[in-house]
Design a protein around this ligand. Sequence first.
Ligand code: UD1
Ligand code: UDP
Length: 365
Amino acid sequence: MKKIMAVIGTRPEAIKMCPVIIELKKRKNVDLYVCVTGQHREMLRSVLDIFGVKADCDFDIMKDGQSLSDITKAVMDGISETLKREMPDIVLVHGDTTTAFAASLACFYKGVPVGHVEAGLRTYDVRSPYPEEFNRRAIDITARWLFAPTRLSAENLLREGLKEDNIYITGNTAIDALEYTVDKDYSSPITDAASGKRIILLTAHRRESHGEALRGIFRAVRRIADESDDVMIVYPVHPNPAVRTAAEEILSGHERIMLTEPLDVIAFHNLMAKSFFIMTDSGGIQEEAPSLGKPVLVLRDVTERPEGVSAGTLRIVGTNEKSVYIACKNLLCNDAEYEKMSSAENPYGNGKASKRIADILLSES
Ligand code: UD1
Ligand code: UDP
């Protein structure tokens, strides 16, 4: 019997770790322990409810406008205690959040081996995304199992001198998650309210964009709404106060802009599937969109997901007001460009990443 502890702190970790948890629960020789740090609160709990995953512990650390030091310290304290009490054989972390980084550091200090789901993503600019590029590199230095979603991410790890024997190409568990959520007959009050207009789905939350970059994006979006009476811009606003204040100031009160609370993952994935195109600085959405055949304007200067750019689904447009506006106009008006971006292939695997991860973890005695 192996005791495996899965650590989750934020919405995207939950969405991409739940398929792994569900797969591990099916295996006979696993004693699974789900540890929630509570870096996110309602956004995270909604995902766990949808996937039917129960937390065995929850540190409930979220504070409004929390600092990176607050999160790091609270997660390290909580994980250290939990390791002492539960004594897992393996700890699984996902991605590049502060939860994942601090949990892997606590494991390193205690000598507990870590499996890193979604290893090897890189921009090689440690300030962008911030602090995620630092977090994922730091996690990979100590991880025993590096679950790289693609060949490119595995090559990054090899180039950095990490041991080939520790690197496994698995596909991305985001694709596994889509199998649980997307329903072609889905409709919702949001799609009904769009009443035949082309839906542009927007999300933005990155820390390095807080301030003028975010405001530039929002001004471009408002101009698109002013000029295009056949579009409906839908923006589920991230609850971070730095994002919410700017969104409300620049985007509220427009008949073609719908500001909503964050959507649950079923509502969001199905809204992606029904949208015309997506504008986002999110990581996970860049992985999901190619699978759904939806063009994405990436509101960042760099991406750690070049596979989607090569596939043709993603275009990096930055955060400058003018470039964001021009890129939107182009997708709205240029049919050939739109066709090219929406017919790309998904480079992130066939929805079996979780099964592979479970097989690899359990293949050693
Ligand atoms: C975090 C991750 C980021 C990930 C993002 C996914 C870090 C440093 N950042 O960023 O990598 O892309 O999650 O969304 O790990 N809040 C709520 N309710 C919630 C969640 C957040 O009110 O359920 C508000 C709180 O005021 C909180 C703030 O959002 O303080 C910021 O949350 P935090 O986890 O620090 O950063 P994110 O921007 O969400
Ligand atoms: N998502 C969601 N509801 C929303 C916005 C996003 O369920 O209102 C999902 C999205 O499909 C993706 C994940 O949340 O799976 C991405 O989370 P986020 O953008 O917060 O984090 P990132 O991926 O940038 O780390």
